[in-house]
Design a protein around this ligand. Structure first.
Ligand code: NAP
Length: 296
């Protein structure tokens, strides 16, 4: 392998496309595949080679990066890619897959001679586009030279949590972080919904907490998305957020921890999706507080 690895990106949705673009900008040789080819095609202008199948995408790759919807999708796509995977290649698994399937993912890597990196990311569409994600990573020392240029291209920081990807220490930290993100998002939606119901100007609420310990950048950012009607294109879609909330609940249940807020948050996302907000930004969970789709 040269010092610039050949990288295959499987999944070019909101996050995967932005990450692939930054890999191209870093001068790496990038191959991409996406189930819906249209979403991968713009990356050709950045220098990526568009593949028709996962097999074609991973042929000859030093690093395979998965950024798909969930763990089951990852297993499905990697099984398809399997015939062309090179033994000794590194697999950077960045999809938020939770902790329950980590054993299956690591076993797949083992069976195919891949160095497994459990590597979820913190940060949404904008930091992904700017190459400023935080990569949470667990995986062997042995392949770190191959994955370092990948992490450097997509992230501002890599936080190593361990050497054994199969233990899922990075994915466990990601679940803890997302439990905070989703709880804040749900609380933001409910607070703004209550303000609307009580005829309180949200700006008065911001004025009240402004600059004090109750103020928060994330509250401001998600409120802005909602109040300025910038729910599409989504940075993090309602359906994906529901998937993550359910992963958090399952991880709690599997480890003797009851998570009432995460469970209620998952239900709010599900209701918002049923109202037709599934592909909007997760700030649209606000609408779950009302009977009508538009919150009026
Ligand atoms: P997204 O835009 O919805 O992308 C999902 C990707 O998965 C797309 O490439 C989609 O292909 C593919 N996919 C879904 N089901 C599939 C199937 N059955 N077979 C093959 N491919 C399938 O979502 P995203 O926001 O980029 O999120 C991707 C992952 O990153 C998720 O695990 C999410 O939790 C995590 N994440 C997201 C954010 C964020 O802020 N958005 C931040 C950190 C982590 P199609 O294009 O064909 O649908």
């Amino acid at each position: 392998m040269s010092d610039k690895p050949i990288v295959s990106v499987l999944g070019t949705g909101i996050m995967g496309a932005a990450m692939a673009r930054n890999l191209c900008r870093a001068g790496l040789e990038v191959r991409v595949w996406n189930r819906t080819r249209d979403k991968a095609e713009p990356l050709a202008a950045d220098g990526a080679r568009i593949a028709d199948t996962p097999t074609e995408a991973v042929e000859g790759a030093d690093v395979v990066l998965t950024m798909l919807y969930d763990g089951n999708t990852v297993l499905e796509v990697m099984r398809e890619a399997a015939p062309a995977l090179r033994r000794g290649a590194a697999w950077v698994q960045s999809t938020t897959a939770g902790s329950e399937l980590i054993g299956d993912l690591a076993a797949f890597a083992d069976a195919h001679g891949l160095l497994f990196y459990d590597a979820p990311v913190l940060g949404t569409k904008e930091p992904a586009e700017a190459g400023k994600l935080t990569v949470l990573a667990a995986g062997p020392e042995e392949g770190r030279a191959a994955v370092a240029p990948v992490f450097d291209a997509v992230g501002a920081k890599t936080l190593w949590t361990g050497e054994d990807g199969a233990e899922g220490s990075a994915s466990r930290l990601k679940l803890v972080a997302n439990s905070w993100v989703l709880a804040v998002t749900a609380a933001t939606g409910e607070t703004l919904a209550l303000a609307k119901g009580l005829d309180v100007d949200p700006q008065k609420f911001f004025e009240l907490i402004g600059g004090g310990p109750l103020d928060m950048g994330y509250l401001r950012a998600k409120s802005q998305v909602l109040l300025e009607g910038k729910l599409t294109p989504a940075s993090f879609a309602v359906t994906t957020a529901e998937k993550d909330a359910r992963l958090i609940v399952a991880a709690g249940q599997g480890n003797g921890v009851r998570l009432d807020v995460a469970e209620a948050t998952a239900e709010r996302f599900a209701r918002a999706a049923a109202q037709g907000h599934g592909q909007e930004d997760m700030a649209a969970a606000y609408f779950a507080s009302f009977e009508e789709k538009d919150g009026n």
